[in-house]
Unconditional design. Structure first.
Length: 318
């Protein structure tokens, strides 16, 4: 039995579907049993038979349910984490759930004698402190005390540091996956920040592209890297950056991809502001596991097509 936390999420539904397609039995956590039907529908949409999927109710902010969730699971994928639509005024609204929830799951895994936990962290824990040349590997860390750092990257850095500290001398192995911006087809209509932005570009509610430079990775490739990181003996104790090959992009360039590939009207200008460095993010360590990420343009295009297929776009947009 393999545990995946946060089963109703964007990444978790893909990971569960992939594990089920590979023949595994999967247990997943949901905050409410009422979410189970939507998770089953999502993994079936991902081409999986959900007969070997079971649920346990558990919340990151409560001890209830976690002992039952980890029972009998040698392999645990901790995917659940709060992702805000907007940055909260009080950073603790994100920091406390991210840190305490991660530690709660890891303690339960350790106490149950799990072989390995693969934790979804983020590039936000790696590369959100300015660095000359803006070139990043797994050796880099975001400093939570960086002036002006938003609550989300601060929460990811604090939570991941706490995870490594907790598991340093544990017999349960820890591996961390650090994705850049996750895009790609959604299996659920409950849209996350990246897919919501694509939807807004397509439905006309976003006419000026936010000013940012970032890496992109396909949600299906993050799920694949989770599975490879769980299986590879030498992965224990390491972080793995998940990013597609090639240069990092801007939201304006994402909009141009959508226009070029799908012929849709998208934002044609970028929000004003200072020039931003274009980070260079290395994926060599992940590739050493045999990981082969999709190209960015395919990922962005198939994100949009999934929104159309789920009926989440106005008629005639695609």
């Amino acid at each position: 039995m393999i545990l995946v936390t946060g089963g109703s999420g964007y990444l978790a539904t893909h990971l569960i579907a992939r594990l089920l397609r590979d023949g595994a039995s999967v247990r997943t956590t949901v905050r409410s049993a009422a979410r189970g039907a939507a998770v089953r529908a999502a993994v079936r949409r991902g081409g999986a038979d959900d007969a070997r999927l079971e649920f346990v109710e558990a919340d990151l902010m409560s001890d209830d349910g976690w002992k039952a969730a980890v029972d009998g699971c040698a392999e645990i994928h901790h995917v659940a984490s709060p992702i805000p639509v907007e940055q909260p005024e009080d950073p603790d609204e994100l920091i406390v759930p991210a840190r305490d929830g991660t530690l709660r799951v890891l303690r339960a895994a350790r106490d149950a004698g799990a072989r390995r936990v693969v934790l979804t962290s983020s590039f936000a824990a790696v590369g959100y402190t300015p660095k000359p040349g803006a070139e990043f590997t797994e050796a880099d860390w975001t400093d939570p005390d960086t002036p002006g750092l938003a609550p989300y990257p601060r929460s990811k850095a604090i939570a991941e540091r706490a995870a490594w500290d907790l598991m340093r001398d544990s017999s349960t192995e820890l591996v961390v996956v650090n994705p850049t911006g996750i895009f790609g087809p959604t299996l659920t209509a409950d849209l996350r920040s990246s897919t919501q932005l694509i939807k807004m570009m397509l439905d006309g509610s976003l006419d000026v592209a936010p000013r940012a430079r970032f890496g992109v990775v396909d949600v299906r490739d993050v799920a694949d890297l989770h599975i490879r990181a769980m299986a590879a003996p030498d992965a224990a104790g390491h972080r793995f950056l998940a990013v597609a090959d090639g240069p990092t992009v801007s939201f304006l360039e994402v909009a141009q991809m959508l226009h070029r590939r799908l012929g849709v009207v998208t934002p044609v200008e970028e929000a004003s502001g200072p020039d931003l460095p274009r980070p260079i993010i290395h994926n060599d360590r992940a590739r050493a596991l045999g990981w082969q990420p999709r190209d960015v343009e395919t990922t962005i295009t198939e994100t949009a097509e999934s929104l159309r297929d789920l009926g989440l776009l106005p008629p005639g947009v695609l």
